[in-house]
Design a binder for this molecule. Structure first.
Ligand code: NAD
Length: 334
């Protein structure tokens, strides 16, 4: 079945990255058509908003989208388009896989962990105020409904991927009500998946941070409330090469937006210098999500082959290739 996917090129190096995606996906045996939707700085100049309604309509219609990074100018008043997209489309799960890759030197080997971060609640709900002149408060919000949907997604997707160990991360020893609710709801949802996993357990967040540094290979899937998920997902990216190589996805009910974790690196825009790896890995996860698992596997192998030689790796990874040469090396290795 043909799929139409919304493609947001984005700002800065965004178009270099999405050109690479179009080239690699175009060389695979997948039936995908792109619907280009412009958002970000350039659109702001033309249309007076960085996120035209037509972009949201395109994603709602096509259900699946991929985007390059979008610049959030400092001090101009327009809010982050990335945050607006997540809010408008209720993309309540931030999914961050972390996988060791050849050619990327880190002290860690064979990392393969997926983190599901709740994207809408917790201290990030933005309920904050000052109390008199010398104090401020922020309210931590955790709801049964919000927790249940992220937990169910994590169990469902992990089951489909054949993963066997799932861990909820919390600080319920101190925040007995909020994090206690998150942990309790996780275990309630877990009852429906007892036969699908070998281990279903929980860790306190500070201990989890230490364990991920000392023995990350013990972990498989992590489910986190917003704040801990934000921090631990960057820690996980650090285990496999940093934010520059980390793919991501924001997922809601029936809607998915795939994107690299890094920003728009404006100084490299249009110079054949940007590393498209994180965007390509996001695109690989996207075709997997669309049901092309064999082609996703083929794409992964092509990427790994190109990464394994310095002459076909990009400069930020110690290689000598530009965006286009790396892209062509992947295509020739498919
Ligand atoms: P950045 O990720 O753009 O850059 C950090 C450093 O990494 C820079 O030195 C940059 O040149 C380098 N870098 C990043 N991606 C690279 C790539 N693919 N290839 C080679 N080098 C790369 O972070 P920043 O400078 O803090 O942010 C720039 C802009 O991006 C800001 O406006 C910020 O708001 C935005 N941003 C957007 C997203 C998103 O769209 N999801 C995420 C983060 C930042």
């Amino acid at each position: 079945m043909a799929h139409t996917v919304t493609l947001i090129p984005g700002d800065g190096i965004g178009p270099d990255l999405t050109d690479s995606v179009k080239r690699v996906i175009g060389a695979l045996d997948v039936d995908i058509e792109w619907e280009i939707a412009e958002a970000g700085e350039t659109v702001m100049e033309k249309e007076g908003t960085p996120l035209p309604e037509s972009v949201l309509e395109s994603i709602r219609k096509n259900k699946v989208a991929i985007k390059g990074p979008l610049t959030t100018p400092v001090g101009t008043g327009f809010r982050s388009v990335n945050v607006a997209l997540r809010k408008e489309l209720d993309l309540y799960a931030n999914v961050r896989p972390s996988l060791s890759l050849p050619g990327i030197e880190t002290p860690y080997k064979n990392i393969d962990i997926v983190l599901y971060r709740e994207n809408t609640e917790d201290l990030y709900a933005g309920v904050e105020h000052t109390v008199g002149k010398h104090a401020a408060e922020s309210i931590k919000i955790i709801t049964r409904e919000g927790t249940e949907r992220i937990c169910r997604m994590a169990f469902e997707q992990s089951k489909a991927e054949g993963r066997k160990h799932i861990t909820v991360v919390h600080k319920a020893n101190i925040m007995k009500y909020t994090d206690g609710l998150f942990r309790d709801v996780f275990y309630e949802v877990a009852k429906d998946y007892e036969n699908d996993f070998e281990e279903i357990d929980d860790r306190i967040v500070d201990n989890m941070a230490m364990q991920l540094v000392m023995k990350p290979n013990l972990y498989d899937v992590l489910v986190c409330p917003n704040l801990y998920g934000d921090i631990l997902s960057d820690l996980l990216a650090g285990l496999t090469g940093g934010l520059g190589v980390a793919p991501g996805a924001n997922i809601g009910d029936g809607l998915a937006l795939f994107e690299p974790v890094h920003g728009s690196a404006p100084k490299y825009a249009g110079q054949n210098r940007a590393n498209p790896l994180a965007t390509l890995l996001s695109a690989k996860n996207m075709i997997d999500y669309l049901g092309y698992s064999d082609e996703a596997e083929r794409m992964q192998r092509g990427i790994e082959a190109a990464l394994s030689k310095p002459e076909t790796r990009t400069k930020d990874l110690g290689g000598s290739a530009g965006t286009k040469e790396f892209t062509e090396a992947i295509v020739s290795n498919l």
